[in-house]
Ligand binder design. Structure first.
Ligand SMILES: O=C(O)C1=C[C@@H](OP(=O)(O)O)[C@@H](O)[C@H](O)C1
Ligand SMILES: C=C(OP(=O)(O)O)C(=O)O
Length: 408
């Protein structure tokens, strides 16, 4: 457990965050499919990315990707097309509760040989690589976009490419667009029209250097700090106003609801408060496009004692933990009155201000630890199992100390 506090003064300073784990994990897989023709700069140092990197080159037949959702899903598709190779793909106890049936069904329909080793519909999987003989698939798009990205990433390797028809509500759509845009950057013909994604076959790509933009989901915690600590100014690199990452919506969300301005100067993102901003009492947001910053926003609302209604959260219960229940448990420690449904979170008021040092549980979820950390600008807090941040942002605590936070 750690105790985190701040001097009470405005937070000032500069930090550097490494590349987006979503972009990194896509590029690593594509690079492996194209015989390492890419030179990837600013790769994420997240554990999820290291696990992905290792899994792509190992000769072991048992591969454990711990908590890494993208690695689990993307590698399932990758190994399905590695002819003459059989692997067992497994993960943490939590990973064994995160559904994968939609992806396995889709790959089987394309001709893949995949079986469940424990519970039907969940990892671990045994995958015997084969040449896939079908080139179009219909897939439900309302459980996880990662299944669809997984199929897209291997689409160029199929003889006739791949057409993916999305059925039902499309959730986490910016992650699909990220996949398409990254593939386009490499010269791959990939597009989405209405509900149909098409990937053209491509044997080789030109060698090039590609720079991963830093991780916007990780930047969210600094938006929250600036929102909660007036007169703060934080610089973070390396970011651009036009991003492939959906979580760059932070710029507009925090400007509108919390008065945090974002400006860019040569890849440096400057965050500071708008002195003329007038806070409203209520925040209403559909988070369907930005699930990974929902926790950050809920905590910013609590720090500001705002009522809120966050919707489009149906994916949160199948992430690293049931994030809706975890948020309810932890935010109630701060006096918030929290109501959750299968896809929403509502804060209807506050019982009392918190005065003792609250201790937050983190549920093996990196984002549960990081989302509560900004509250330390208001009041000392304690956080259980701070090491969970390794999954996406191993330098998080060090970066907070650089900005003047005290950590015991
Ligand atoms: O494709 C990706 O890189 C991701 C997609 C999202 O998952 P879902 O599509 O399951 O919401 C997101 O939550 C996750 O952190 C990363
Ligand atoms: C949901 C996340 O990751 P994944 O699904 O890749 O485990 C996340 O990083 O918040």
């Amino acid at each position: 457990m750690i105790q985190l506090s701040s001097s009470g003064l405005p937070v000032r300073g500069s930090i550097q965050i490494t590349g987006s784990k979503s972009e990194s994990n896509r590029l690593l897989l594509l690079n492996q499919l194209y015989q390492n023709t890419l030179n990837i700069e600013n790769l994420s140092n997240a554990e999820d990315t290291q696990l992905m990197q290792k899994a792509l080159v190992t000769s072991d037949s048992l591969i454990d990707i711990h908590h890494a959702g993208t690695a689990m899903r993307f590698l399932t598709a990758y190994f399905a097309i590695q002819e003459n190779k059989t692997v067992t793909l497994t993960g943490s106890d939590r990973m064994k509760q995160r559904p994968i049936q939609v992806l396995v069904e889709a790959l089987r329909a394309l001709g893949a040989d995949i079986s469940y080793l424990e519970k039907e519909g969940f990892p671990p999987l045994r995958i015997s690589g084969k040449k896939l003989q079908q080139f179009s698939i219909v897939i439900p798009a309302d459980v996880s976009s990662q299944y669809i990205t997984a199929l897209m990433l291997i689409g160029t390797q199929l003889e006739q490419g791949l057409t993916i028809e999305l059925q039902g509500k499309i959730i986490s759509k910016p992650y699909l667009l990220m996949s398409i845009k990254l593939m386009n950057k490499l010269g791959i013909d990939a597009n989405i029209q209405n509900n149909t994604i098409s990937i053209k076959p491509k044997k080789n790509i030109e060698s090039r250097t590609i720079q991963v933009e830093s991780d916007w989901s990780s930047a969210s915690y600094y938006y929250s700090i600036v929102a909660l600590s007036l007169n703060s100014e934080i610089q973070i690199s390396t970011y651009y106003a036009a991003s492939l990452q959906g979580d760059s919506a932070l710029q507009a969300l925090y400007r509108k609801h919390f008065g945090v301005d974002s400006t860019f100067d040569n890849g440096i993102l400057h965050l500071k408060n708008n002195p003329n901003f007038e806070l409203s009492e209520y925040v209403e947001l559909d988070m369907n496009h930005t699930p990974d910053i929902a926790q950050t926003i809920a905590v910013t609302c609590v720090g500001k004692q705002l009522k809120c209604h966050l919707t489009g959260l149906e994916t949160l219960k199948i992430k690293e933990t049931d994030r809706l229940q975890a948020l309810k448990n932890e935010l109630e420690k701060l006096g918030a009155i929290v109501h959750i449904t299968a896809d929403s979170l509502r804060i209807t008021g506050y019982r009392e201000k918190f005065d003792e040092i609250p201790t937050f549980e983190t549920y093996n979820d990196h984002r549960m630890a990081m989302c509560v950390a900004p509250l330390a600008v208001l009041h000392p807090i304690a956080i259980e199992h701070p090491e969970v941040v390794e999954k996406s942002y191993p330098d998080f605590w060090r970066d907070l100390m650089t900005l003047g936070f005290q950590l015991h």
